[in-house]
Structure formats: C-alpha cells, structure tokens
Write a protein that binds this ligand. Structure first.
Ligand code: HEC
Length: 201
C-alpha cells in the first residue's frame, strides 16, 4: 500500500522492532516465540485461501495487528476448513446462552465448561478477516480487536474461574463484561443484521 508501510528501514520502524524483540525476551520468551511461529504458519495458510485484494489489505496492516492475528490463530485449538463466521457466531451464541442459563441455575460446573468452549471458539475458514467488510481491513479499524478479544475471551476465562469457585455473583458481573464485548464488536463491524434495501428509509 503506502510507501510508509513497505519501507522497513525508517528509524522508528527499527526502534519499534527492537522494542518488540526486547519484550519477547522476558518471562515466557520461548513459549511466546513458539506461539508466534505457530501463529505465523497458520496465517500463511489462511492467506493462501484469500483473493489477492484481501491479501494486499492484510499485508499493509501494522506489525502489531499482524502479530495479534497470529496470536489469535495460535491460541484457538479448533479450526474449521468449511465454517463461515456466521456459523461460528451461532455456536458462540449457544455457548453464551449456556453460560447465562448455568449462572442463573447456580450450576458453576456447567457455566465454566460453556465459558471455556466460548473462549476457544472454532475459527472460521480463512480466519476472521475474510468476513469483515473489505474497507474495514485497515490498521485503524482493526486496532479495536485486542480490546474485543480481551472483553469476550478474557471475560469468559474470568467467568469460568468465578463459576468454578461457586461465586455466581462475580460470574454474573463477568457475563456483563463479555456481553459488552459482543455488542461493541457488532456495532463496530456489523451494524443491524438483515436490513432490507427494498424498504424506504
Ligand atoms: C471480533 C468481533 C466480534 C465479536 C467479539 C463478536 N462478534 Fe458476533 N458477529 C461479528 C460479525 C462481524 C458478525 C457478522 C458475520 C456475518 O454476517 O458474516 C457477527 C454475527 C453474529 C451473530 C449472527 C450470526 C448469523 O446468524 O448471521 C450472532 C448471533 C453473534 N454474532 C453473536 C455473538 C456473541 C453472543 C458474541 C459475544 C459472546 C459475539 N457475537 C462477539 C463480530 C463479532
């Protein structure tokens, strides 16, 4: 895309690369390195399924967003060769409803299981990005993704912990945070589903 992104040698780019290299030499360095290599491999496979216009948009993304996409790819153990994002979202909806049911029924075990399934939801064919409007596949629009992931998947894991301890009040609060993540992502990337172009405004 712009010259800016394709020129690897600007002082700022070198500094950022240096800083991110430093940050992965801390704590779980080898784990993280392994995860990002795994993730990059999966992203390469996903890219090979995409049409050139989407590949171009993805190549132009910032290194941080690319790393995040690789992190998501490595983190999810279930990947589908056929499922669309809409199908995966329906599975997510079912797990979300199971969590809410189990919290309301004081069933911590069932709430925790559903929360783990939700956090490790299936990844659709080609990953998330092919199902986004093409004009939203930019660093700016995608920069909200880590916050959405933290709300939905981080929130589900915290919900599972609280439910396992039998603290259903705390679990219910995490359910609220998860819900905010769903709603925010839909407002940002989707809007009202199923609108008709055959109705007057
Ligand atoms: C990363 C952004 C994102 C997050 C987070 C997210 N969604 Fe979605 N969701 C989407 C997008 C984009 C679509 C539209 C997909 C399409 O139509 O191809 C969608 C569609 C859906 C649909 C409609 C599926 C259909 O039949 O068309 C449901 C239901 C849904 N999401 C539930 C949820 C729930 C529940 C959560 C939270 C636990 C959630 N989503 C979190 C992005 C997100």
């Amino acid at each position: 895309m712009s010259h800016h992104n394709t020129r690897p040698s600007s002082p700022l780019t070198i500094l950022l690369a240096f800083i991110s290299a430093l940050s992965i030499t801390t704590a779980h360095a080898s784990d993280k390195k392994h995860e990002s290599e795994q993730g990059m491999k999966i992203v390469q496979q996903q890219l090979s399924l995409m049409k050139p216009e989407l590949q171009q948009k993805i190549k132009a993304l910032s290194p941080e967003i690319k790393q995040f996409v690789a992190h998501v790819a490595a983190k999810h153990s279930r990947k589908s060769d056929t499922a669309t994002l809409a199908q995966v979202m329906q599975e997510v909806m079912a797990d979300y409803q199971s969590m809410a049911m189990a919290i309301a029924m004081d069933n911590g075990e069932a709430a925790a299981e559903a929360a783990h399934r939700l956090a490790d939801h299936r990844l659709p064919r080609g990953g998330l990005l092919p199902y986004m409007p093409l004009e939203m596949v930019t660093t700016q629009h995608l920069s909200v993704l880590p916050a959405m992931e933290e709300a939905v998947e981080g929130g589900s894991m915290r919900l599972a912990e609280a439910a396992k301890k039998g603290d259903m009040i705390e679990a219910a609060e995490h359910l609220g945070a998860v819900t905010r993540g769903c709603v925010a992502c839909h407002q940002h990337f989707r809007g009202q589903p199923g609108t008709s172009t055959l109705l007057r405004k």
